[in-house]
Each structure stands twice: as C-alpha cells, then as structure tokens.
Design a protein around this ligand. Structure first.
Ligand code: PAF
Length: 284
C-alpha cells in the first residue's frame, strides 16, 4: 500500500495510473480513521469492484461542532495502516489539515434542499455542510469511479447523493449494509468509548428497531413509534435523542408506510455518554 500525504502527489500518482490505463477504475473510501469491520467491508467491496482502491483518513475539523469531540476522536493510526494493508487497499491518503484546506480555501455552502438541516442536522448544526466541503475536495482530487459509504450514517448517504448531483460528479455512490457487533450494536469508531458491558447492552437499540419493523405493520407508524420510544427510554442509562420514520429520499417524516415507496427508521440514542446511531429499512 502506498502512503500519500500531499494533494499534489496524490493527483500526480492517480493521473500517472490513468495515463498507463485510461480505463482504470478507482474505488474510494473516505474515513476519519479508527477503522473497524464496517470500514473494512467497504474496502473489501472496493477492492473487488475496482482496479485501484484509495482510502482517506482525515479527521475533518469542519464537521465537528464541539472542539472536545474533535480532540478526543480516536486516532489509532498504526492499527489503521496495518488493517488497510491486510485488506489490500492500494493507496492511503493521510493528509494534514492544510493539504485539504489550503490557506486560500473558502468554506462553501451547498444547496442541499434542507436535507442537512433536519434530524441529525438539527442536533449538529453545520455538520453536513462540513461533510460536503471535505467530500467535494476529496472527490475533486481523486475523481473516484465509485465511492463507498456505510448505511449506518443514513442521512449522510442521502446528503452525499445530493452533493454529487450538485457538483456534477460522475462518481457512483455505493451504500453498503450496516456491519454489526456480535450482539447487534451497529459498528462505529465511537463504540470504543463504551464499557465492555455497555457495548453488549447497547444491542437494545437494534432490538428496538427490529421490533419497530414488525410493529409498524400491525400497529401503524404512530403507535409503533411510541412503543419503541418507551422501550428505549426504559433502558437504564439510555436517553433517546430521536427516533423518526422517514421517506428515504426526502427524509420527510411519514405518517403511514403506504405514503412512500421507501421508508426507514433512524435513531440516535445516548448511552454511557456516547451518541449511538442506527437505522433500519421498514420498506424498500
Ligand atoms: O463518515 C465519516 O467518517 C465522515 O463523515 C466522512 C465521510 C469521512 C467525511 O469526513
């Protein structure tokens, strides 16, 4: 695996590969490091589907609201490099901040039709604009054929699809299913902040979503949501941030499953002081 730290070297390297073979396909997995099996499943898929796989590790300051979250974000870089090498990743882009955001860089605002303002965006103002700024920059440098994202960050995948439309990027956005820990908790870099017991217990979030998927058919949206919220709030140490049932394209809340062709339930639960995201398709 080639480790590249500058934007200039990255673009030169990729353009060299493209002159060698003009049909070369490039798969891209943007990450913030602290890699787990969920990230590695994206790398594995990219390695299968593309000639070259580029992974970036960049803890993007523009998508963090609280400085503390940015400072305490886990950064186990030696482990990450080992995991990517074992996964046959071709290039790791590991830039310092000034390579992604040079002095002259102007933070952009994207017209995302409000997709960035609701649900997770309402709890984290500016977060999705920050994600779009870094991805626009990385997509421009890498020009990937395919870019891979996990379904765990559901709203992010909807926002990214809108972004590629807005910036006329030819990159295909590939969304892969949520990787889960043995007990059912959705894999996340933040899970390392949970105690061992907490990590097992937090599987109640996935159980709540699975039950909700059954209940919504028999009880309807409103009653099924109430039941799931009660269940989550009854778990010791859990505090529900949100649980919503939405159309998967517009992220608008739906009152009936029949109102939309594709519906998912999205949730964030705070447990042992960690915000845990999860979601499930109710209708696809
Ligand atoms: O999902 C993430 O890890 C980040 O939001 C991303 C896509 C790498 C952008 O910084």
């Amino acid at each position: 695996m080639q480790l590249i730290k500058t934007a200039d070297f990255l673009t030169k390297h990729l353009s060299f590969l493209r002159t060698e073979d003009k049909n070369v396909t490039v798969g891209f997995i943007p990450t913030m490091g602290a890699l787990h099996a969920g990230h590695l499943s994206l790398v594995e898929e990219s390695v299968k589907q593309n000639d070259v796989t580029v992974c970036s590790i960049f803890v993007n300051p523009t998508q963090f609201g609280e400085e503390q979250d940015l400072v305490t974000y886990p950064k186990p870089i030696a482990d990450d490099i080992r995991l990517l090498t074992e996964a046959n990743c071709t290039v790791l882009f590991l830039p310092p901040v000034e390579e992604v955001y040079p002095k002259a860089y102007k933070h952009k605002t994207y017209a995302l039709d409000g997709l960035d303002l609701k649900i997770e965006g309402a709890s984290r103002p500016g977060h999705f604009q920050g994600v779009c700024n870094v991805l626009d920059r990385l997509f421009t440098l890498i020009e990937p054929t395919n870019a891979y994202f996990g379904q765990k960050d559901f709203q992010q995948t909807v926002v990214v699809k809108k972004l590629v439309e807005l910036i006329n990027s030819p990159t295909k956005i590939c969304v892969l299913p949520i990787a889960r820990e043995p007990h059912g908790l959705a894999m996340s870099s933040r899970n390392t902040r949970l105690s061992d017991q907490g990590r097992k217990n937090a599987a109640f979030i996935y159980r709540a979503l699975q039950q909700l998927k059954e209940d919504v058919v028999t009880l309807g949206v409103t009653k099924a949501l109430d039941k799931a919220k009660q269940f989550i709030n009854a778990q010791k140490g859990a505090s529900l941030d949100y649980l919503v049932i939405v159309d998967t394209d517009t992220l608008e809340e739906v009152d009936n499953l029949g109102d939309s062709n594709s519906v998912a339930a999205l949730t964030v639960v705070e447990y042992e002081g960690v915000r845990l995201l999860d979601n499930i398709y109710l209708k696809a």
